[in-house]
Ligand binder design. Structure first.
Ligand SMILES: Nc1ncnc2c1ncn2[C@@H]1O[C@H](COP(=O)(O)OP(=O)(O)O)[C@@H](O)[C@H]1O
Ligand SMILES: [Mg+2]
Length: 240
C-alpha cells in the first residue's frame, strides 16, 4: 500500500490517500486540543499512544463482529482504514456522570447511571457541537432511521464489550464518543477510540486517565496516557 496525498488535516489526525481508492491512511499527530480547539498544546508521543490504543481496540471490536473501518496497523503513528463518507455526528454513550452531564444537568459527578445514556451531537466546532435528536439526523439526510438503529445497536455493543475489557484491566469506562461513516449504504465505526475520546478512570482510586487531565490542567497527562495504554494493552510495567 502506497501513501499518497494529504486529503484532510484535523485537530488530532491526518488522512492520506493511498494507491487503492477504498483505503486511506489515518495518521495520529502529537497535538492535543480541547474546548472545540480553543485550548491547544503539543504532547510528544501522544500520536503513538493514541494510534496503539486505537489499533488495539478496533482489532478487539472487529473480533466481536463490530464493523469498524480498521484494516491494519501500518506504523507507530499510522493505521490503514476503509475510506468512508463520514456522518458529521458525534455519538456519545455514558455509564457514569461526568463532563457536560454534570455541568448542564447538575447531575453529581461519578454517579453511576441506572441505564446508559445515548446522545447525538452535530460535529461542528464553530457552533460548539450542538446536541441534536435522532429526527434531526433524518431530517437533514445524515442517515436513515434504519441506519440510526444500527448506529445505536453498535454503540451499545461497543459499550458492553469495552466496559467488560476495561473492567478486567481495573478501569471504569465512564463515557465515550464515536464517529461513524458510510461505504455504499453500509455503516462502519470509524475515527479513533483513545483517551482523547473516552473518559476512563482507575476503578480503585478514581484517578482520571484521559483528556480531562489536559482540559482541567491536572498534570501528568502524558504519564497517564502511557499508563492507560500499558493497562489496556496488558503490557508489562515500564522499566525505570
Ligand atoms: N475511515 C475514515 N474515512 C474518512 N474520514 C475519516 C475516517 N475516519 C475518520 N475520518 C475523519 O478524519 C478526520 C480525523 O481527524 P481529526 O483530527 O479527528 O479531525 P477533527 O479535528 O475534525 O475531529 C475527522 O474529520 C474524521 O471524521
Ligand atoms: Mg477528531
Amino acid at each position: 500500500m502506497e501513501k499518497r496525498e494529504l486529503l484532510h488535516e484535523g485537530k488530532a489526525k491526518r488522512i492520506y490517500a493511498t494507491d487503492n481508492s477504498y483505503y486511506v491512511v489515518q495518521e495520529f499527530k502529537d497535538t492535543i486540543s480541547a474546548f472545540d480547539g480553543a485550548k491547544k498544546s503539543v504532547m510528544a508521543g501522544k500520536g503513538e499512544i493514541n494510534n496503539e490504543i486505537s489499533c488495539y481496540l478496533f482489532e478487539y471490536l472487529n473480533n466481536y463482529q463490530i464493523p469498524t473501518h480498521f484494516v491494519q496497523r501500518l506504523s507507530a503513528t499510522e493505521m490503514l482504514v476503509k475510506k468512508l463518507e463520514m456522518i458529521p455526528i458525534e455519538v456519545v454513550m455514558r455509564n457514569i456522570a461526568a463532563g457536560s452531564l454534570v455541568k448542564r444537568y447538575g447531575i453529581e459527578e461519578a454517579k453511576v447511571l441506572d441505564y446508559p445514556i445515548f446522545e447525538l451531537y452535530l460535529k461542528d466546532d464553530e457552533r460548539h457541537d450542538p446536541m441534536i435528536s435522532e429526527s434531526f439526523t433524518f431530517a437533514l439526510g445524515h442517515c436513515t432511521p434504519e441506519q440510526m438503529r444500527f448506529i445505536n445497536r453498535i454503540t451499545s455493543k461497543v459499550n458492553a464489550v469495552l466496559k467488560s475489557l476495561f473492567d478486567r484491566r481495573g478501569l471504569a469506562l465512564v463515557d465515550f464518543k464515536l464517529e461513524f461513516g458510510k461505504m455504499d449504504r453500509e455503516i462502519f465505526l470509524a475515527d479513533e477510540i483513545s483517551p482523547d475520546t473516552c473518559r476512563i478512570w482507575d476503578k480503585k482510586t478514581s484517578k482520571k486517565l484521559d483528556k480531562d487531565r489536559f482540559r482541567k490542567d491536572m498534570g501528568d497527562v502524558e504519564a497517564s496516557y502511557r499508563e492507560l495504554m500499558r493497562r489496556i494493552m496488558n503490557m508489562p510495567p515500564e522499566k525505570e
